[in-house]
Unconditional design. Structure first.
Length: 392
C-alpha cells in the first residue's frame, strides 16, 4: 500500500545567540537520533547520535501536521526559549502527545568552557528519575519468580539488620519502610564528593532505629532505593549497572543511558551549574546515590523508556498496574500518581547538585513530558506542570 506523505517544513526566523542554538525547525515527522522517523516500536540500530530537528510534529498517516499541534509546539518552544534568555532554564526538553513528538531539543549550554550546546541527545544526570527504573527492575525480578515484593527484605539480603525484619520490598518501593534518609544527615556534604561502594553506603544507616513502624507512614527516603539496589544485585547475580543495562536500557533502545559510576565521565562533557552566572555546582560523586539517583540519560531515551514501559515491552500489565497504584501520599512503586487539571499524571521529579529533572506521563492522552536541566536553580517541576496544562 502506498501512502502519500507531504512534509511541511517551517523555519522560525532568528537565532537564539544567547543559548548557542540553531533556529527552530518544524517537520511533519519526528526524528530521534539517526532515525528519519520514530514510532513506539522503532529504536536506533547504531549508537551514533546526530543532530536532529529541534521541534517536530509526527503525523504517520495524515499528509500534513495538525495545525493545532504545530501551534502548540511553537508555543512550548517560545516558552522555553524565553526562560533560557531570562536565565531560568538550560537543558533539554521533549514533549509528546498521542504518539506525536512536539518538541525535542536543547536550550543553553551543556558546557560553557567548551561552548557545547544542549541537544536532545545530551546526557544529563537524571537524579531521582532513577527510582522508577530501579522499581521496574524489582518488578521484573518478581515476574521472573526471583522475589516477591510482599516478602521481608531480609529474605533477600545476607547480613540483614534485625530491625529490618518487618520491612517488605513493597515498603521500600513506596517509601513506607521507615529507614532514615541518609542524604539528610548533617555529614552528607562532607562525603558526597568521595567515591563509595554500595555496602559502605548502606553502612551509614543500617544500624539506625527506624523513623516509624513499617507501613504506618510515608517518608521519602533515598535509603529505601539504595537497599533495593542491593536486592537487585543479590537476586539477579549482576551488578546494578549491568542489570539495568541488560534488562531495561538495551531492550528499550536507550543507547545513551547508563549508570554514572561517579566521576561524570559518561556525560560526554555535560557540566552542572548553579545558575545563569555559570558558577559550577558541587561535583557530587554519584556513587553516593547508587540505585536511588545514580543514572544518566537523555530526553530522547527517557521517552523511549516510557514508550517501552507502557507498551508492555518491559513489564506485563498486571505488574505495571502495581507500579502505578498509589499508596500513602500518592506514591506507587517508583512513581507519584496525582490528578492535575482533572487528568491523571504519573511522574517523578529529581534533584541533585547540578541537575534538576522531571519525567511525566499522562495516560489519558498518551502524553509525555521530559525536562532535564544542568542548572540547579531550574524549577523543572513548574516547567513540566505549565507545559502539561497546555496539552490536549
Amino acid at each position: 500500500m502506498r501512502w502519500s506523505i507531504l512534509l511541511l517544513s517551517l523555519f522560525i526566523v532568528g537565532m537564539l545567540s544567547a543559548c548557542g542554538q540553531r533556529e527552530a525547525f518544524i517537520s511533519a515527522w519526528a526524528p530521534i537520533g539517526p532515525q528519519p522517523t520514530i514510532l513506539p516500536s522503532v529504536t536506533p540500530e547504531t549508537p551514533t547520535m546526530v543532530s536532529t530537528p529541534l521541534i517536530a510534529v509526527m503525523e504517520p498517516v495524515r499528509p500534513t501536521p495538525t495545525p493545532s499541534l504545530v501551534d502548540l509546539a511553537e508555543r512550548i518552544d517560545t516558552y522555553l526559549r524565553d526562560l533560557t534568555v531570562q536565565g531560568r532554564f538550560r537543558g533539554a526538553v521533549l514533549v509528546a502527545t498521542g504518539g506525536r513528538i512536539l518538541v525535542a531539543r536543547g536550550y543553553g549550554l551543556a558546557n560553557v568552557e567548551r561552548d557545547l550546546p544542549n541537544t536532545a541527545q545530551t546526557r544529563f544526570r537524571v537524579a531521582s528519575i532513577s527510582k522508577p527504573i530501579t522499581a521496574l527492575a524489582i518488578m521484573q525480578l518478581q515476574v521472573a519468580g526471583k522475589l516477591t515484593v510482599g516478602e521481608s527484605v531480609c529474605r533477600y539480603l545476607p547480613d540483614c539488620p534485625p530491625g529490618w525484619q518487618s520491612i517488605t520490598l513493597a515498603h521500600l518501593l513506596s517509601h513506607t519502610a521507615g529507614i532514615p534518609n541518609y542524604t539528610d544527615f548533617t555529614d552528607f556534604e562532607q562525603v558526597e564528593r568521595l567515591p563509595v561502594t554500595p555496602t559502605q553506603l548502606v553502612a551509614r544507616f543500617r544500624n539506625l532505629p527506624l523513623d516509624f513502624v513499617p507501613g504506618s507512614a510515608y517518608r521519602y527516603s533515598n535509603s529505601n532505593y539504595v537497599v533495593l539496589g542491593l536486592v537487585i544485585e543479590a537476586v539477579s547475580g549482576q551488578s546494578y549497572a549491568d542489570y539495568v543495562r541488560d534488562n531495561i536500557f538495551i531492550p528499550a533502545g536507550m543507547i545513551n543511558s547508563g549508570y554514572d559510576s561517579g566521576d561524570a565521565s559518561a556525560l560526554n562533557g555535560t557540566v552542572g551549574y548553579l545558575g545563569p552566572d555559570n558558577k559550577r555546582a558541587i561535583p557530587i560523586d554519584t556513587s553516593n546515590l547508587y540505585s536511588a539517583g545514580g543514572l544518566y540519560s537523555t530526553v530522547e531515551d527517557l521517552y523511549r523508556f516510557v514508550q517501552a514501559l507502557n507498551s508492555g515491552q518491559l513489564l506485563p500489565a498486571a505488574e505495571l498496574s502495581q507500579m502505578y497504584t498509589p499508596n500513602r501520599n500518592n506514591y506507587g512503586y517508583g512513581w507519584k500518581i496525582e490528578e492535575r487539571n482533572g487528568r491523571r499524571v504519573i511522574y517523578h521529579p529529581g534533584f541533585i547538585s547540578g541537575a534538576v529533572t522531571h519525567l511525566a506521563y499522562y495516560p489519558d492522552s498518551q502524553s509525555v513530558i521530559v525536562v532535564l536541566s544542568n542548572m540547579e536553580r531550574t524549577n523543572a517541576d513548574a516547567i513540566a506542570a505549565e507545559i502539561g496544562s497546555w496539552l490536549p
